[in-house]
Each structure stands twice: as structure tokens, then as C-alpha cells.
Ligand binder design. Structure first.
Ligand SMILES: [Zn+2]
Length: 201
């Protein structure tokens, strides 16, 4: 392997960068060389900002998203509708939802989906806390926005089951044809879901 000829200090950075999602050894080597060529101040700032993450970011005690304040800015915003809670897989999904700017309620961040093989069960996803929130915060609707993957669908079904003894309305985000896509290229499952989620014009 090419990395064997790297000086140990450079190899260490390459190995650590390779652990990041979507970064292979080739990209990691390119990034490590870029950092090495950059001014030392820039490298220091990068290292400091990464170290600071764990020091300053914690989980919001209400919705469990990452935040530097507790409750997070969304949970402490009086303009957000407390009665509607959107359940998302991770903080990245929350950010995507916020970027869309459509949702005015609050969130519940699972930090994963049910995956018995990886040891992720209901306790890891803070589902009992979700149930507690329904009563405490007088939540009227739970929108389940897990991804339309096998694990995401199984998680949505499980949440719906454990909340069936409450009065809360449970909805699932619609899945269908992405904007700009030609219908003939959509897979049959997506087309089926798009038809099921049709709405009046
Ligand atoms: Zn929060």
C-alpha cells in the first residue's frame, strides 16, 4: 500500500481521516497533504475546533439533538408549536428539515434506527422518553420522519405500535417521486408509495 511509504506522523493523520464516513484512503491522503501544506495556524485551528466539539456540545434534554445550550434553541423557542413533534433519525436530518423551513413544531432525535444486529434497541433510541414527552408536553401529533429504508420503516412501525395506547395522532412523512425526476425512472416501490400518498390538487 502507498501509505506504507508515508512518514509515521502523516500516516497517523491519513488513518484517522480514513475513519470518517465517505472518506477513503486516497481522499484521506489528499486531505492530510493539504493540511501539511497549509500554514500551521490553520492546522491548529482545525485540531482545536474538533477538540472543542466534545467540550462544548451536549444533548438537549428535551429533544436530544446536539446543542451548546440546554434546552436547545428550537425547544426553547416559544414560537415553535409544542403540540407537534417530528421524530428524526439523527441531528443531520433535523438540520435538513430546518433548512426546508416548513416545519414549525419541535423534534425528537433518535440517534439511529432499530437494528438488533448492531445492538440498537428501543432503549438506545430514547423511545420511552418520547412516550413520556407526549403526556408532559401535551403533544397532539407525532410525525415519524425516519428514512424509507428497511430499518427506517421498521422503526416507524415500532414507534406507531408503542404509542397506540396514547391519544396522539401518528403520521408518517410521505415518500414519492423526487422533484425533477422523470417518472419512468422511478422504481416500482417508490411509484407505489407516491400513489398512496397522493393529495387533491
Ligand atoms: Zn431540543
Amino acid at each position: 500500500m502507498a501509505s506504507n511509504i508515508l512518514p509515521p506522523a502523516l500516516k497517523r493523520v491519513v488513518e484517522n481521516l480514513s475513519k470518517l464516513p465517505g472518506i477513503g484512503e486516497k481522499t484521506a491522503t489528499r486531505l492530510a497533504l493539504f493540511i501539511l501544506r497549509s500554514p500551521e495556524d490553520q492546522a491548529k485551528e482545525l485540531a482545536d475546533s474538533i477538540l472543542n466539539l466534545h467540550k462544548s456540545i451536549r444533548l438537549c434534554s428535551i429533544c436530544f439533538t446536539f446543542s451548546d445550550q440546554d434546552p436547545c434553541p428550537i425547544c426553547s423557542n416559544p414560537k415553535r408549536n409544542k403540540e407537534i413533534v417530528c421524530v428524526v433519525e439523527d441531528p443531520g436530518d433535523l438540520l435538513a428539515m430546518e433548512k426546508a423551513g416548513e416545519f414549525k413544531g419541535r423534534y425528537h432525535v433518535l440517534h439511529g434506527v432499530l437494528s438488533p444486529r448492531d445492538g440498537i434497541g428501543p432503549d438506545e433510541l430514547r423511545l420511552s422518553q418520547l412516550k413520556n414527552r407526549i403526556e408532559k408536553e401535551k403533544i397532539k401529533e407525532i410525525i415519524i420522519a425516519t428514512s424509507p429504508t428497511v430499518a427506517g420503516e421498521a422503526t416507524a412501525a415500532y414507534i406507531s405500535k408503542i404509542l397506540s395506547d396514547t391519544d396522539v395522532k401518528i403520521t408518517r412523512i410521505a415518500c414519492g417521486i423526487p422533484m425533477g425526476m422523470d417518472i419512468k425512472y422511478a422504481d416500482p416501490v417508490t411509484l407505489k408509495r407516491a400513489l398512496e400518498a397522493r393529495r387533491p390538487l
